[in-house]
Design a protein around this ligand. Sequence first.
Ligand code: ADP
Ligand code: MG
Length: 327
Amino acid sequence: MKNEFEIIETLARKRPSVLPKELLTDIGDDGAVIRQNSANDLVVTTDLLVEDVDFRREWFVPRLLGGKALAVSLSDAAAMGAKPLWSVTSIGLPKDVWQTDFVERFYEGWNETALKFGVTLVGGDISQTPDKIVVDSTVFGDVPHERAVTRSGAQNGDFIYVTGSLGGASGGLDLLESGLRFDAENAESPAQKLILRQLKPSPRVTEGLILRENDLATAMIDISDGLSSDLRHLCTASAVGARIFADLLPFDENLKNLEKDSARILKKALHGGEDFELLFTVKPSNAEKIEKLLPSAARIGEITAKSILLVTNDGEKDLTARGFRHF
Ligand code: ADP
Ligand code: MG
């Protein structure tokens, strides 16, 4: 069976051999970049959330699902260094859900996130599904002409950074799978903080804009599938390798509170999905600027000529991509 990346490659190849010259960054990045005029480019990105594949209904309250549906697309816009502006969001609902206050609550959460990031809903579609909830979230953003940050600009010797912390969303997923649920009354407990990393991701839009405005990132991707998978996407697009230092990974502090086994914490930080942090590369000469402008970003490794390696106290080994895949 073909995996999802082979399917995408096949459908991309079936398009006309000459694409419009306005298309600046094609299928394969976090968003497509389309020339609007001499000053600005448009960034378009879309995500599909399917119940029981991408989320479980019993984990979410509708408000959180609405917020997350928008946040995952904002994270892709952030990874392009774009300012998100507009959204078309479509929902497919089974009849029993339609008859509840799901839609009102969903859009409360959606609007809260939209307001925070200055995004306006300009359209969408609604349909009925036999029994599962489906959400299609598309975001349009703006970036100065030819300034979008792609996955493909990393060069040998660049430093690798990640915003925020890693592994928390995966820790939250484990807790949800073990039966624990979101509990607003207890939002400050380590377990609830992990659950919120899974249910209420914070897209790093501001960080993406700082990197782009200061021309600091040579390449960037958001971590949706997991560091090991998304680093591989960035390295493949840039035709480079990487060396990641396990000791430098910014493990989620709540994960450390709940999990004592350091090997399991490392595994979550390397392969756990949905942290929605930004992974980016920077020329060594700009390292000081990063420390000043984005002090919360951690330097976790360096770009090399080839091979993606993990350095631990036991030495170097291949960092195999073990992140999330649909097919
Ligand atoms: P991300 O995790 O950043 O949302 P994906 O892994 O979902 O990216 O997709 C990788 C690339 O493939 C993106 O550029 C995306 O637009 C493209 N892609 C995914 N599915 C399709 C599809 N059905 N048709 C065309 N392009 C697609
Ligand atoms: Mg992405």
